[in-house]
Structures are given as C-alpha cells and as structure tokens.
Design a protein around this ligand. Structure first.
Ligand SMILES: [Zn+2]
Length: 594
C-alpha cells in the first residue's frame, strides 16, 4: 500500500520541514490532507482489489464478521463490535492498523499529530505562522496511530479528553483558559488515527456526551472552557451485547452516531477452533525439546470448549472464551513437557491424560467450567457429542435421544447399542465420531438410513485401523518401529500374560532390558489394561490411577497366577489385529452407559 505522501521513499531524502514536504515532486496537497477514514477506505479498496487477506490471523469470520467490518470502513462509519469475551474483538480492532499508510508527516513536537498543512492546535498554528516552510516535521509510523482504552467506571474526562495543566500555565505565564495550558487526553492524542474503546457501556455518561460532541461538532469542553478541536479520528468500540442493549447504558445520541453494530461469535466448527488455538497457544517451547501435538488431541481440547458452551450451567452472559482451549492446550503441553523431562525423552508428545491434568487447574477456578466436563469417560458427555452433531446437522429431530431410535439398531450382539459402542472404543470424542460416521457410511452405501449390526462390525474394522494409527503416532516418538511391535500381536488372545507379551516383543527384536519399559508404555497408551482383580481389567484412562492399578495388578498376580501378571488388549484394536476374544472376561469398568 503506497502512501500518498511517500514520494520521499523513491530515492529522495525524507522531508524534514514543511517546505521540503511541499517540494516532493508529485506532492498533492489534497491527498496529503486526506482524513483517516478516507485513508483507510483507499487502502482497503486497494487490498480488496489485490485479493489480499484482510485480517490475517482472524479465523472463522470470513463470511460473517469481516464483510460487515469492510462495509463499515468503506462507508467511513465508526462501528462497534458486540460479542462475548475471547471472540477476537481486540485482535480485529488492532488489525485495522494495517489499513493505515506506513507513515504520515506530522508537525514536530505536536501532541495531537497535527497535519503540517492543516494544523488545528493553537501551538502549531502559531508556529507555522511564525516559521512558515521551515517549520520542522516528523514522520509518524502507523503503529503509533492506534490508541486503545478499556472503559471502566473510574475513567475521567481528563483521561479521555483532557485537563487544564496549572504547571504549564504558570511556566508559560498564561491564563488557565488558554488553549496552550491544556494537557490532552487519549482522544486528542489519537488524532489522525484510530481510537478504540473496549467495553463502551462501562464509560460514564458524561464522558459519552464528551465523545459525542467531538464526533458531532468537533467541540470539546475542558473544565468549562469550550474549545474548537475538529479531530480526525476513526472511533471503534467493543461491548458485551447484553450491556450494550441494556437501557440507559449508552446515551442515545452516541448510539445514533455509531454507524454499524457488528456481532462477533465463537468458532462455528471444531476446525476453526483448532486453527485459532493453534495460532494462539504457546506450544513451540524453547526447551530444546521437539513438541508434537497429535491432531486428535487438538480436537479433544477444542471439543471441551464446544461442550462447555452448550452446557446449561455455564453463564451465557460471559460465555466460554476461546482462551479456555488456548490455556488448556498450553497446560497440556507443559504437563507433557514435565513428563518428557522426567523420563528423559527427546520429544514432547501430549496425551489424553495431560488434558485431565490441565483441566484440573481450571475446575478450581470458579465460573470457568463445571468440574464434570473434565471427565471424558463421562458417558453423558460423550453421548452428547454425537447427539449435538446430529441435531446441528439439520436432522429433523425434536429431542437428542431420538438420534438413537431413529438412526441405530437398538442392540448389537445382544447388548444395548450405546453400551456396546462404549466398550469397543477408546473413550474420546474423535474415536466415537469416527466409528459412528463410518457405521453410517456403511449403512448409506447399503441403501439404509439406519445402522444395523453388520454396519457396526464393518465400521469397527475401519475404526480399529484408525485407533492403531493414532497409537503409533503417540508411541512412535518414544520407541521406533512401534508399528512393527504392535503387528506382532496379530491374532493374539485378548487376555495375555506378561511372558506372552515379552515373547512377542522379543520376536520383534526388543532388547530384554527394554521389555519392562515397552509394557509400561503400552499400558500408558491404553493398548494394554491391568488385571486389577481376577478377570477384571482396567485401562489407564486417567494417569492418576496408575499407582493404584499397578499395585492391584501385582496383588492379583501374586494371589492367582504365581506372580505372572495378565493384561487385556483394548477392544479398540481387536478388529484390525484380529485379536481372539476371551469369553470369560467381564468388561471392566463400565465407561459409557445409556
Ligand atoms: Zn499541533
């Protein structure tokens, strides 16, 4: 975006006085006097013509919020963003900076960035009259043309508009009513730039009146002294929608002068949420360790925010900020970092258990999240993931529960369908969604709209490959050739003793010294579950249980099998690895129940 007054950059030295500025070869005094709203309009039009990204780093607003902002700017309107916390309002407002010229000439030393050709403050007018073309100018970069203020009830007129400075008056031997004794507030200092006020409804009524007068008349009053100051400012605001519409919070004349009210929103898809979190969360750490966050983990973290937003117990007025998944993700990585350092692993790979650990920190903070949302194996929560997706897909359903009656066979293998699914998958939303989607696809390909048993068994084979791939990603950074190791379990029985496991690992060239570590890793990754009581197996969905389960497993082994531990291979991997089911097992802890 070439500024109108940038001829100095074309090989000429930068003008340092008003005279030098006027002598720029293609100097155009009209475009040098352009208002900030026209300057933004001009640069925005050019960006649109060139198909440049308008708000880089803002995701999910391409078809909703951004077109409205563009319209407001093209109309040269002041505007307000209405939205809940964590909806990128501040980022958008700061993003307006990019539509300003890289730098503009101002009269040197002026507190309100006076235009060298049209100064409005008395100091500059006197100076130009006295010094003429030799009056010095400065070049103001655009990042200094954005002024931001969070409105709070204790913000004063002096803060925003200005005050009389008695010291200045005394020093200059001037009268207090003299314009030269004024100490300018934030708004005049934003002259020829953008002034953003966040949480506008918290601004006291009389300051709103002051703002209005400036916008309307170019007049301000300081300590009762009227002052003509036709400022050139783009005013932008943000507010919580409920506060903004509440009676008496915004004075009507000010509201009338705000040209556009634009509603922001949370990401509408998991994918949008993921890109925001990816961009904002600090996951590329500086410890010298490589950090690899598996995709399914990103989805999980995002799903937490989506579920929380749907949760009735979360205050709708404050919402669940996008900062929630961002902070969770950062804590997830920290937890994984801590573990990697302790275990002397060279790569940091977060796991599901790190999410529990991260969520624990949040559950303690009030109004952030209901504690229940921490527990992924919570049956209601997982089931709701599916019900919500169906309801949102436009399916003609009155109640979420209808999803099951309408689209799924009531039982699989004699077990209620929901319960069956719960036993076959790793309790994570992505796994659940994968299995359900795959089963639906098989049903549709067979010309049905209801998933039958046969569709489930086909879907399970697909899912099993998917679950194994995820496991390979997770384990792969800790042991090489993990895929090869896992494939050595093909056609194993579901229940397997420690010595059988070792035999298979040795066949896959695992050194004897590493056997214990690999088994432990397989337990951590829920490929294997402990036998915690005779014929009762538990998977380590929660890291907190490791010590307890491990002691119970030792005890069970000592009492029943001469100290040889037994493990169960998780059903998620059965279909792909053709694991032989064991009839005598009880399913262990019931994870998902209708
Ligand atoms: Zn000035």
């Amino acid at each position: 975006m070439a500024p109108s007054t940038s001829a100095h950059s074309a090989g000429h030295p930068k003008p340092r006085t008003i005279g030098e500025l006027k002598r720029i070869p293609d100097f155009d005094s009209r475009s040098a006097g352009v208002s900030v709203k026209n300057e933004i309009r001009r640069n925005l039009l050019r960006a649109i013509e060139r198909n440049e990204p308008l708000f880089p780093g803002v995701h999910g607003y391409e078809d909703t919020v951004i077109p409205q902002i563009v319209n407001a700017l093209l109309s040269r309107h002041n505007f307000i963003l209405l939205g809940l916390r964590g909806q990128a309002k501040s980022r958008i407002l700061r993003g307006l900076l990019q539509f300003l010229d890289p730098e503009i000439p101002v009269i040197a030393g002026c507190e309100i960035n006076d235009n060298p050709l049209q100064p409005i403050c008395r100091g500059c007018r006197e100076r130009v009259a006295a010094e003429g073309d030799s009056a010095p100018i400065n070049w103001l970069p655009r990042d200094q043309r954005y002024v931001e203020k969070l409105a709070t009830p204790d913000v004063t007129i002096a803060d925003i508009i200005g005050d009389v400075d008695p010291i200045r008056a005394a020093r200059g031997g001037r009268d207090l009513s003299d314009e030269l004794t004024i100490h300018y507030g934030l708004l005049p200092r934003a002259n020829r730039g953008i002034f953003a006020i966040n949480e506008l409804p918290d601004l006291a009524g009389k300051i709103q009146v002051g703002l209005f007068n400036i916008m309307q008349e170019g007049d301000i009053q300081i300590k009762g002294y009227p002052l003509r100051l036709p400022l050139d400012v783009l005013l932008v605001f943000s507010a919580n929608p409920e506060d903004y519409t509440a009676r008496g919070k915004i004075i009507t004349p000010l509201k009338d002068r705000i040209g556009a009210e634009i509603r922001t929103h949370y990401p509408s898809t998991i994918e949008e949420g993921i890109s925001i979190t990816k961009q904002e969360a600090w996951t590329g750490r500086d410890s010298g360790y490589r950090v690899e966050v598996p995709d399914y983990l990103r989805e999980l973290v995002e799903e937490i925010a989506f579920q929380a937003r749907d949760d009735k117990r979360v205050d709708k007025r404050s919402g669940v900020s996008q900062r929630l998944p961002i902070s969770v993700m950062e804590n997830v990585v920290s937890n994984a970092e801590r573990r990697a350092l302790k275990n002397q692993e060279s790569v940091v790979v977060p796991r599901v258990s790190d999410i529990y650990a991260a969520m624990l920190q949040f559950a303690k903070e009030r109004d952030k999240l209901p504690a229940r949302l921490m527990i992924w194996s919570d049956p209601d929560l997982l089931r709701r993931v599916i019900e919500t997706r169906f309801m949102k897909s436009g399916a003609d359903l009155k109640f979420p529960r209808e999803v099951w009656e309408r689209y799924f066979v009531p039982t699989v293998g004699g077990i209620p369908t929901w319960e069956y699914i719960g036993h076959r998958i790793l309790p994570r939303p992505r796994d659940l969604i994968y299995l359900i989607k795959s089963a639906l696809q098989f049903a549709i390909n067979r010309g049905r709209t209801r998933v039958e048993e046969r569709d489930f068994s086909d879907a399970e084979r697909q899912y099993s490959r998917f679950a194994l791939d995820a496991l390979i990603v997770e384990a792969g950074v800790r042991i090489s050739s993990v895929e090869d190791l896992l494939l050595h379990f093909v056609q194993s029985s579901e229940i397997i003793t420690e010595s059988e496991i070792s035999a298979r690992l040795v066949a896959a060239h695992t050194p004897a010294s590493k056997l214990e570590d690999v088994i432990r890793l397989f337990v951590e990754l829920t490929f294997l579950g402990f036998e915690v009581a005779p014929n009762r197996f538990e998977f380590l969905y929660d890291e907190q249980d490791e010590r307890k389960f491990s002691i119970m497993a030792r005890k069970t082994a000592d009492e029943t099998t001469n100290g040889v531990r037994r493990f169960r291979i998780h059903p998620a991997f059965h279909a792909f690895l053709e694991i032989k089911p064991h009839s005598a097992t009880t399913p262990g802890q019931m994870i998902i129940r209708l």
